[in-house]
Design a protein around this ligand. Sequence first.
Ligand SMILES: [Zn+2]
Length: 314
Amino acid sequence: MYELIVQELVEPGSMQRFLGERTSCRYCGATGSAVFGKRRNAHALPAALGNRTLFSLDECRACNDKFSIYEDALCKAVGPFLTLGGVRGRSGVRKTGKTGSKSTVRHTMLEGKRQLSIASEGDAELMGGDQTKGLLSLTMPVDGDKFVPRYAYKALTKVGLSMLPAEELPNFQRAIASLDDLDTEPHPGPLQIGFSYAFVGNAPPALAVTLLRRKDFSAQLPYMIFLLMAGSVCFQIWLRSDNRDADVPEVGRLGIRFNAQLPKPEGGYFPINYCDPLQFDWSDLTPRLQPFQAFELAFNAQTTEGSITPIPRV
Ligand SMILES: [Zn+2]
């Protein structure tokens, strides 16, 4: 039903790569060398998600400045995952929770090893577990940051658009134009996200993007599906075309179950099995708290094995 038309992988130590050409800005159409700035000005994937090596040559400085607002919203939406996964943004690993809020999560390095510290004022709940077997579980509420859902959705739209082959751009003019104005919706209908996660903590420091295009021209299926994997989280959206999706009904859910192999820094691969995607509608312009209310920590004191499970806000 679908063919894979684009796939990009970014990991620490990747060779620098540059997408597109400096003829005109892919988004606003500006031309001339002065509008673009340095070659490494525009990250094709957000630097805050760990991208150091993949850049867009066809994104002008003015657009890049504007898009940083969308990217910031996306990073806030998954802030606790970035912290727990130790994803290194421009200024180190993101902290979750603000000074003075009920709970905070910090990620630091001590003698080369990752350390997570979790501080909670009174409302972390010891769930008991079976203490005779050395099993403990702890539910840790996380407020995290507020984010504007529509902006976070537009961050995903923008990354999807940045990956499109040039010949597809005429089919996505509405989405492209919407990026120029912060609040404009990229398409009618719900701004739906399929969100899945794999294990939390020790996320592989890798990013991957995939564009899937409908093969059968007459099938009533979304024309273009965009997936972004950032360590332990995976987003999928229907990248809506102006003319290829006219007869396609709204989809109930974006449910691609994705398994990936992401490279380990020390060699070899992590097999990643993402969970069945949770569905979010990110149409809203009203800021809201990031989508997870708590993380449940399970710890076996005898084997010292632990796991962390996110609990969605209801
Ligand atoms: Zn531009």
